[in-house]
Design a protein around this ligand. Structure first.
Ligand SMILES: [Zn+2]
Length: 465
C-alpha cells in the first residue's frame, strides 16, 4: 500500500497517523497525501466522469487536484493500482446503536416487533450501551465504505463520543417522543437542546446536530412546530420519520382528517430543513407538497421490505417533482446491516421490479443517491459527495482484484460494478476529512477486536439482564 518510490523520503502511513493530535478540539490534518495512479476514479462530478489511471491529491483534509500526471510532493502516498476510488457513501437514516439488537427479533409484524421486542429492550438502554453499540456501528460503516451518516437515537452524547473516536462524519439527532404530553414534550425539548450544546462544545466540523422529532404519530403538533423553528433558527436539519406504513396514513386520516404529509403541511411543520425518512405511502399530491416545501427524503428500501411496509416509495414521482432523494439503511434491527452497497442494489432492483421497467432506476442514478444526492439531502453538497477540487476528502478505495469485481470493462460499467456487484468486502481503504480510518481493511482509529467484544457483552447484558 505504501509507495516508497514517491519523491521525498518514504513515510509509513501508520507512523504518520500516530502524530495526529488526540485532542478533538485541535483535530486537524497534518499531512498532504496523494492517492496515486488509481485504476479508476469515479468522480461523481457534474459530468459523472470516470477517470482511468488518475490520482487524487489531498492537502489539509481537502481535495486539491484530481487527474493524471500530478507533480506534487506529498508527505504520504497511497498506491491506487487495481483500485476503484470513489466518494465515501452517505447513509441518511439510521439508528446506529441499534446494531446491538441485530438479529434479536426478526420476521415479526411491525407493531408486535416494536411492542414485544424492541421497545422493552430500548427502555433498558444505558449511555454506555449506546456508546458500545455506536462504536460497533462505526466499525461496520468504516468497513463498508460509509463516511457520512444521519443518526437518530438515545444517549446521543455517548454516540457522539464514539463517532469522534472512530473519525466518521455524522449528523446526530436525539429522537424526541412526547406522546402528546406537554410535560414530557418540555423534557424532550430540553434533552435535544442539551445535545445541541454538547455538539457545539465538541467544536468539530465532522459532527453536527440535527433536531429529531420521531414522527407525526409520536410527537404533538407543538413539538413538530418547535422542531421546525429550532431547525430554522439554528440552521440545522430536522430529521423525522414520515409515512412509513399504510397504518400510519390510515391513523392520520382518522386522527387529523388528513394524510401524514397533508397534516404536517396544514400545521406548518414542513420546511426545507426537513429530512423525512421512509415516505413510502405517499399520494402524488403529497409528493408535490414535499417538493414545494423543499423537504428531502431518506429512502430505506431494505428496512421497508423487511418490515413488509407493503408499498414502495414513489421514487420516479419524487424525481420528477424535484424532491432531493437519498438512501438510508435504517437501524440494524430492521435491516439487519448498515451496508450501503446492499442498499444501492436492493433499491435499484426494487424499483425495476415494482415498475416492470429496468430503466426506471439505473446504476448511475442509484450511485448518485448514495453519494452526491445524499450530500444534497443533508445540505452538504459543497463539502462532500463527489471527488472534486475544494471538497473535503471523504474517499473510499475498493479492491478491484477480488473475483466479484472482475472483469472490469471500464467506463460506465465501473458504475454498474459498484451498484450491482460490489460488497463491503471490496472496501480496502476509508478516508474521512483526509484522515485514513482504515487501510488494507485494518481500522486504525478504534480497536475492532475490543469493540466487537464489548458490544457482544453489552448486547448480552441487555437481553439477559
Ligand atoms: Zn428509522
Amino acid at each position: 500500500m505504501i509507495d516508497t518510490a514517491h519523491q521525498g523520503p518514504p513515510v509509513r502511513l501508520s507512523a504518520w497517523l500516530l502524530t495526529e493530535p488526540t485532542n478533538p478540539k485541535h483535530e486537524r490534518n497534518l499531512s498532504s497525501m496523494l492517492i496515486k495512479d488509481c485504476s479508476w476514479v469515479v468522480t461523481q462530478n457534474p459530468k459523472r466522469e470516470v477517470l482511468r489511471d488518475a490520482s487524487v491529491m489531498i492537502k489539509d483534509g481537502r481535495i486539491t487536484q484530481v487527474g493524471k500526471g500530478l507533480k506534487e510532493r506529498p508527505e504520504v502516498v497511497i498506491d491506487g493500482a487495481r483500485k476503484i476510488v470513489l466518494p465515501g457513501l452517505i447513509n441518511t437514516h439510521t439508528h446506529l446503536s441499534m446494531v446491538l439488537l441485530r438479529g434479536y427479533a426478526d420476521d415479526m409484524r411491525l407493531q408486535d416487533w416494536l411492542q414485544k421486542k424492541i421497545w422493552p429492550l430500548e427502555a433498558r438502554l444505558t449511555p454506555d450501551a449506546c456508546y458500545r453499540g455506536a462504536l460497533l456501528g462505526c466499525a461496520e460503516m468504516i468497513m463498508s465504505g460509509t463516511t457520512t451518516f444521519m443518526d437518530m437515537y438515545f444517549h446521543m452524547e455517548d454516540v457522539a463520543k464514539a463517532v469522534q473516536e472512530a473519525g466518521l462524519r455524522a449528523f446526530l439527532s436525539y429522537g424526541i417522543i412526547d406522546l402528546f404530553d406537554a410535560a414530557k414534550a418540555k423534557a424532550e425539548h430540553e434533552k435535544s437542546q442539551k445535545l445541541f450544546r454538547h455538539i457545539q462544545d465538541l467544536a468539530t466540523p465532522r459532527i453536527r446536530f440535527a433536531v429529531g422529532p420521531h414522527s407525526p404519530y409520536t410527537c404533538s403538533p407543538e413539538t413538530l412546530l418547535w422542531a421546525k423553528e429550532f431547525s430554522e433558527k439554528n440552521g440545522v436539519l430536522n430529521h423525522i420519520h414520515v409515512a412509513e406504513t399504510r397504518k400510519e396514513q390510515a391513523d392520520s386520516q382518522k386522527q387529523h382528517g388528513a394524510r401524514a404529509v397533508e397534516y404536517l403541511d396544514k400545521i406548518g411543520a414542513l420546511s426545507n430543513h426537513m429530512l423525512a425518512a421512509h415516505c413510502v405511502w405517499l399520494t402524488k399530491s403529497e409528493v408535490t407538497t414535499l417538493a414545494k416545501a423543499g423537504v428531502s427524503v431518506a429512502h430505506c428500501p431494505v428496512s421497508n421490505m423487511k418490515l413488509a411496509s407493503g408499498g414502495v416509495a414513489p421514487l420516479p414521482e419524487m424525481f420528477e417533482a424535484g424532491v432531493a432523494v437519498s438512501l438510508g439503511t435504517d437501524g440494524a434491527a430492521s435491516n439487519n446491516s448498515l451496508d450501503m452497497f446492499e442498499t444501492m442494489k436492493v433499491c435499484a432492483l426494487l424499483h425495476k421490479s415494482h415498475r416492470w421497467d429496468p430503466t426506471v432506476l439505473n446504476a448511475q442514478k442509484t450511485l448518485d443517491l448514495a453519494t452526491i444526492e445524499g450530500a444534497k439531502a443533508l445540505r452538504i453538497q459543497d463539502e462532500v459527495g463527489s471527488l472534486e477540487v475544494g471538497k473535503r476528502a471523504d474517499i473510499i478505495m475498493l479492491d478491484a482484484q477480488l473475483p466479484n469485481l472482475n472483469p472490469v470493462h471500464g467506463g460506465e460499467s465501473v458504475v454498474s460494478d459498484l451498484v450491482y456487484s460490489a460488497s463491503p468486502a471490496n472496501v480496502d481503504t476509508t478516508i474521512v476529512d483526509g484522515r485514513v480510518l482504515m487501510e488494507n481493511r485494518h481500522i486504525r482509529t478504534i480497536n475492532l477486536e475490543q469493540v466487537t467484544q464489548d458490544a457482544s457483552e453489552t448486547a448480552s447484558r441487555l437481553v439477559h439482564g
